[in-house]
Design a protein around this ligand. Structure first.
Ligand code: NAP
Length: 303
């Protein structure tokens, strides 16, 4: 089935950048379609507390984004719960999802980032069967059972702290001998009796039949160790969600879409907003700012 309408502005991604772009584009009286492949609200949804968004001290990520989403819904925006798998830049721009083709005069890519994967055997099969990238979403499934967290940044440290109040034991697996995350969090973790640091070690493979029952790690000396765990939480950073656009807009070596503060990509009429853009500060406020800028530039382009 094909939607024959040609929209003025198609927005890919329903996080802070995409929703802000939708509000600005709709307020400029343009026809707007917005695609979201997962959940409206984006990465910040899982943050218990957002303390650096002006005007909303201490709000949860969920509450903040619910409010932004409801604000966007007040306008005449078409929301499509589908993943855009490719773009064709011909007479008008074509956006393909798995089921449909959509047309637009301009596109704003606001797909943000996604979890970096370990890329070891079993990762795809065990996702949702003991393997998770979100401790606050799935931690409660492992009440009083042993779990492992992989990573050495602040996300992994916060995840380990959070899980130490739920799980019977938390193994924190990190590839180096010191953590990248904040020292005060490491100190807090040291005080926890049920947290064990597994340093200079890298996960080698997941173990289990249909559901995770353990993880094999290998240390820098080549020694293997099996940890019997009911769940594994991977928190090794994020990567831009941009692969499907690599042939249409210029990406940098890490996969971010190359654009300055005006949000113009290398392709005419295609703009980028939020964390998937090359920039130095990836925060809610800069995502929101990009959304406003990209929509305004798209409106100028349409003129
Ligand atoms: P991060 O700071 O980039 O840390 C990623 C961690 O994963 C690093 O320790 C890295 O090891 C490890 N790693 C990367 N690739 C790996 C691989 N293939 N295999 C094994 N380990 C791997 O990411 P993050 O922890 O998600 O944090 C992202 C940003 O958000 C940071 O600026 C962080 O401070 C911030 N943040 C802030 C808060 C807060 O303040 N409330 C909470 C969470 C995150 P190496 O150290 O060896 O490179």
């Amino acid at each position: 089935m094909t939607d024959p309408r040609i929209y003025d502005i198609a927005i890919i991604g329903g996080g802070m950048a995409g929703l802000t772009a939708a509000i600005y584009a709709a307020r400029a009286n343009k026809s707007v379609i917005l695609f979201e492949r997962k959940v409206y609200g984006g990465q910040i949804l899982t943050s218990m507390k957002v303390s650096n968004y002006p005007g909303e001290p201490g709000i949860s990520g969920y509450e903040l984004m619910k409010s932004v989403y409801e604000q966007a819904k007040k306008y005449d925006v078409v929301f499509v719960d589908e993943n855009v798998i490719s773009i064709k830049d011909v007479a008008v721009k074509e956006l393909e999802t798995e089921d449909e083709t959509f047309y637009a005069r301009t596109i704003i890519i606001a797909t943000g980032t996604k979890d970096r994967e370990l890329d070891i055997p079993g990762e795809k099969e065990f996702l949702g069967h003991g393997l998770s990238y979100c401790a606050t979403c799935d931690g409660a499934f492992h009440m009083d059972k042993p779990v492992a967290v992989v990573g050495g940044g602040n996300t992994a440290l916060y995840d380990a702290l959070y899980l130490s109040d739920i799980a019977s034991k938390v193994y924190l697996i990190h590839r180096r001998d010191e953590f990248r995350g904040d020292a005060h969090l490491v100190e807090k973790l040291r005080e926890k009796k049920n947290v064990e640091f597994v340093m200079e070690s890298h996960p080698n493979k997941f173990l289990g039949d249909k559901k995770i029952s353990g993880i094999e790690v290998i240390n820098t000396a080549g020694k293997k160790r099996t940890l019997d765990v009911d769940g594994v939480f991977v928190a090794i950073g994020r990567v831009p969600a941009t692969e499907q656009f690599k042939d249409i807009v210029k990406l940098d070596k890490d996969g971010y879409i190359v654009a300055g503060e005006d949000c113009h990509t290398s392709a005419e009429g295609i703009f980028v907003a939020g964390d998937c853009r090359t920039k130095t500060l990836r925060q809610l406020v800069t995502a929101s700012s990009d959304g406003a800028m990209a929509a305004t530039e798209a409106v100028h382009y349409l003129k």
